[in-house]
Design a binder for this molecule. Structure first.
Ligand code: ZN
Length: 487
């Protein structure tokens, strides 16, 4: 989109989905003009954000003993068909390759929608003995899903930038420990994004195809709808059996491996846009901002060279301090520069004019609060760090407030409707007796879907139990569930 065109758009976050599309357009995070539905082009700015998120994930995976791998994109139909539930789950979303040049292929190939069926035939060769376990791998690749619903940049696309960790363990207990570790990784990655989140064990009808159970990681948008940041799956032996992933134990017997997976995707970009952005555009958390600081020289007649020299020196110094910095040396008015970087969500814009040079000062303009303050040039190191830290704190507390206000308890349908009647449309926490008819009635009465069973906390992985009653039939139950709406 041309700059002039972008400036005509009025952003209004109260109309969330239109606002979201407009923000993606005006900040030019991707180019939607590629001629395939749901396949967008990553622009340099959008891709840099994704790369910084990937770096955060890589850092956490490497630190926990995962090894990065890269499997082929194509999967033979014969391998894909080995796990029955998995096929059912993905069949309608698969892109097929049936020809090589002019020849029909003997075995049709599919573009990975996820990589279990690509990796596990090979894992069965890699895993021989208990000494090979745990096998902890991950890859960051594109996956393909034939999405038939309306597509939306980063949130629902057909070519998805995807992170997937796949692990093999000696037993169920070790696999459970992996799930805890995955939750801890999620916690650290989400901190870089300044995104608090909700962990729920998905109801059985909503678990990943082939999984024993699935933990969903959702953040809450200001519209009070959830957006999934990631998901963690416990497979036990469900895939190890059809793919024959066995090892010889210290008891000289052969055992099936227990497996887990963990997935995250470019949806995290969507979540960052949706949670933090405002009517002026994007607001990027410092850890994933392509530029944490943009320097805007404020020239005065006859002092242009002097100001530019000062700006270049400042740029050098900030880079040496380990920050990502851009000096906007374009020949346009400082006001336009401010506006352009505001839309792109740069955490701090630094103004530097002749008077600042004389006084040894700088002006920091914060994107999140739209405030300005003057700092001493001599304190640059401390002030720059403080500013980024303060911004992280502010973004996180704003996002936490959305979640705190986004979940309300209700024992009965009437109580829930009381909440909903006041223009609040968030997550309802209630009790469920596990009867499927009650579940259906609950979803219908509230016009919401089961999000799942909330986890007590990240560290224990235990579910949150509490004495209560089923919202529909009134039977006493300890099962707590969340119902909400998601994108
Ligand atoms: Zn019931």
């Amino acid at each position: 989109m041309a700059d002039e065109e972008a400036k005509k758009v009025v952003l209004d976050k109260s109309d969330f989905l239109n606002w979201y599309n407009d923000v993606v357009d005006v900040s030019f995070l991707c180019d939607k003009r590629y001629p395939i539905k749901g396949m967008n082009v990553w622009t340099p700015y959008g891709w840099k954000i994704m790369q910084l998120m990937d770096a955060s994930i890589r850092r956490e995976c490497d630190a926990t003993g995962h090894q990065e791998v890269c499997f082929p994109l194509l999967i033979p139909k014969t391998e894909f068909q080995k796990e029955a539930d998995h096929i059912k789950g993905f069949d309608s979303e698969v892109f097929w390759v049936t020809k090589g040049g002019n020849n029909e292929l003997d075995i049709p190939l599919l573009l990975r929608p996820t990589s279990e069926t690509a990796m596990y035939p090979i894992f069965s060769l890699w895993v021989r003995s208990h000494n090979d376990l745990p096998l902890k791998t991950y890859q960051i690749v594109n996956v393909f899903r034939y999405e038939t619903k309306m597509t939306r940049a980063f949130i629902r696309v057909r070519e998805i930038h995807f992170f997937e960790a796949h692990t093999c363990h000696k037993d169920a207990e070790d696999a459970e420990m992996q799930i805890r570790e995955d939750c801890a990784i999620m916690d650290r990655v989400a901190r870089d994004l300044c995104l608090p989140y909700i962990l729920t064990r998905r109801p059985d009808w909503d678990k990943f195809a082939g999984a024993v159970y699935t933990i969903g990681v959702d953040t809450l948008l200001p519209s009070r709808r959830t957006l999934q940041l990631g998901s963690i799956h416990q497979y036990h032996e469900n895939f190890a059996r059809p793919y024959d992933i066995k090892y010889e134990g210290s008891d000289k017997q052969h055992h099936y491996a227990h497996q887990t997976t963990y997935g995250m995707s470019e949806r995290m970009v969507g979540a960052v846009i949706g949670v933090h952005g405002d009517n002026k555009g994007l607001i990027l958390p410092p850890a994933i901002a392509p530029f944490q600081f943009v320097i805007i020289p404020i020239p005065a007649k006859g002092k242009l060279e002097q100001v530019m020299d000062g700006a270049r020196a400042l740029e050098k110094e900030l880079i040496a301090l380990g920050h990502r910095v851009h000096l906007d040396a374009r020949d346009v008015r400082p006001g336009s520069k401010h506006y352009d970087w505001e839309i792109k969500g740069v955490p701090v814009r630094i103004e530097l004019g002749p008077r600042d040079l004389e006084n040894g000062t700088l002006v920091f303009a914060r994107r999140d609060l739209s405030t300005k303050r003057t700092v001493k040039r001599a304190d640059l190191k401390e002030e720059a760090l403080k500013e980024l830290k303060d911004i992280e704190g502010e973004l996180l507390s704003r996002a936490k407030a959305i979640i705190d206000d986004g979940i309300r308890r209700a024992s009965t349908v009437e109580e829930a409707k009381e909440h909903l009647s006041k223009g609040w449309d968030g997550i309802i926490q209630t009790g469920w007796c596990t009867d499927m008819d009650c579940a259906a009635e609950m979803e219908k009465a509230l016009d919401k879907a089961f999000l799942g069973y909330p986890l007590k906390d990240v560290a224990s992985g235990e579910l949150l139990f509490s004495d209560g009653q089923c919202m529909i039939c009134g039977k006493p139950t300890k099962d707590v569930v969340y119902l909400g709406r998601s994108y």
